[in-house]
Each structure stands twice: as structure tokens, then as C-alpha cells.
Design a binder for this molecule. Sequence first.
Ligand code: ZN
Length: 349
Amino acid sequence: MKSEDREKYSRQILFAGIGQAGQEKLLAASAVLVGCGALGTVAAGLLVRAGVGRLRIIDRDFVELSNLQRQTLFDEQDAREALPKAVAAERHLRAINAGVEVEGIVADLTPRNAAELLGGFPLILDGTDNFETRLLVNDVAISLGVPWVYAAAVGSYGVTMTVRPRETACLACLLETGGSSNGIGAHVGNEATCDTVGVLGSAAGAVASIEATEALKLLAGKPEALHGRLISCDVWAGKFQSIRVPRNPDCRACGRRELSYLEGDAQPHITMCGRDSVQIHERSRRLDLPELGQRLRAASTSEVRNNDFLLRFRVPPYEMTVFADGRAIIKGTKDPAVARSLYARYIGA
Ligand SMILES: [Zn+2]
């Protein structure tokens, strides 16, 4: 180990659970994080500071003012520039620890790109805000045989569980309690979201800290230290709970290996957490953003703004944000039909 690293990580090396050997493993390790919001920024910050050698961050969204209350890597300048979260996170994390290789990828994780984006990493971390994507991550982790750490937060409540294929229960064991395929999706769309009940930064921070600690145990070669339970907490009520989740021998995912979220069709549109909006991603195509910007300005569309990564304009009462991969986020509606017609009209069918 370089002497600078010995200094940088000295307090972690002193910690008996990690030590010099564990730190060397962390420096040589890698992980991939899906989603860089409240959970993801906390987990990524902890792992990069801890010296995990390489971190890939996948996020489809951009920074807004309403994120700053809980998304600890971002600042007001990021929100003014509407930087994609993956780009802003990469910049801030590189400034925090230049010794870590951080790679931000602006993309929506779908069944089509999941194996490519998550493959090759020994650990997947959940920083997402919806169960569709979590069940996709669960399917990919089972298919690749790699562990992943589930985490979620809403209101003052947070929950986390570490999934190790073949050894522990998976997310489908936990959620799809019906045991048959009619359990799929039963929890999707019904859960309380940050949209409806808000979220405390401290609730996300509490479970993301436990999530990051589980990652350190796995990457430092200490799987025996994993907590092995579903941990939940309510930081407002001051209550902590942990329960053991048994494997379901007939689980769709880890039992029968019906990886329906991975093998199914991509979700064309998803209502997102944190605001009244719909994402449209029906076709994968590259958009020429400067050209689109000129066309919209020529048509006197209001408030057309762009940076290197996205273009945004207003069609009152809606606001559309378009990414170079053809994706668009339409704010001001939850109706996919409205979103689809706006997309066709302003971006193209
Ligand atoms: Zn399972």
C-alpha cells in the first residue's frame, strides 16, 4: 500500500473488522450502484471515501432544487445547471477521492441494457426509487450469481437487506409472497412514494449507511460479518427492527429462476418518485440535442435550455427534459398518454 493510502485510510485500517488486509482488498475492489438519489449519494460517498477501487454509478435523472435536502453529493450549482446526477456525482466524488475510479453513466436501467451495465462487477448496490427496477436488479443478480444490497426509504422509514443468490432470500422471496406469478407486480405501483408522503434525508442516510457497511464487508472479504436480516428503522419514531427472511423454495426468481423482469419487455414509461412526472423511453435512438434545440427555438417554444447532456423546455403546464439517448421526462402529468402525445409532437414519433 502507498504511504498516502496508509494515511488516507488510517482510521479504517485501525478498525479491527477491516485492518490492512481488508483495506487492500477494498482498494482492489469494484461495485456498481443503480440510482444516485438520496440512498445512492450517501452510499457512493461512503464507498468512495472508504477507498473502494472502482465505482460505476448509473442514473437516469438530473439534479433539481428539491433533491438537495437529502441527496448529499449535490449542490445548488448542479441544480442550476440541471446536471445529470451521474455526471454531478462523478465530478464531486473525484474531488473527494482522486484515488478511486468513478464512472458515471447517464442511462435508465432496462432489461435490454442491464446485463451489459451491471456485468463484470462483484457487487450491485440499490439506490433506486421504484420496485420495477429493484426486481430487475434482483433478476440480474440471480442470473449473474452476484450479491446485491436492497435499500429503500420513504417518509421517516427505511429498510435494507443483503441478497446473496443461493445463500439468502432474494427480493422476490420477500415481496412476491403469493408464491405464484400473480404475485409479480402486486407491490409495484401500490407503495407509498416520496411523491405522496415525502422523505427525510436522515431516513435515507440511516439505511444507506447500513447498505454501504454491508458492501464494505463483502468487498473486504468479511461475508461472515453480514447482518443476514431485513433491517428497518423509523428515525422519527426512534424504532429499529430486524427480522430473518426465509428463502422461499418456490420463489419465482431464486427458486424457479423465472427471471421475468429481466426477460420481459422493457417498461416504456414509469412514473418517477419525487415529482409529478412520467418518463418515456419507448425507443432507443440518439437525438441531436443542438439540432432539436434550434428547431424548438425556431418554433418559439418557451424557455428552451440545454447543457452538454440534456435539453429542457416548457409547454405549459408541462416541462419536458430530453436526453441524448432519446429518453424524455415529462413533468406536470402522471398520464402516460399525455406524455406520449407531447413526445410525439415535440420530439418526433
Ligand atoms: Zn427468492
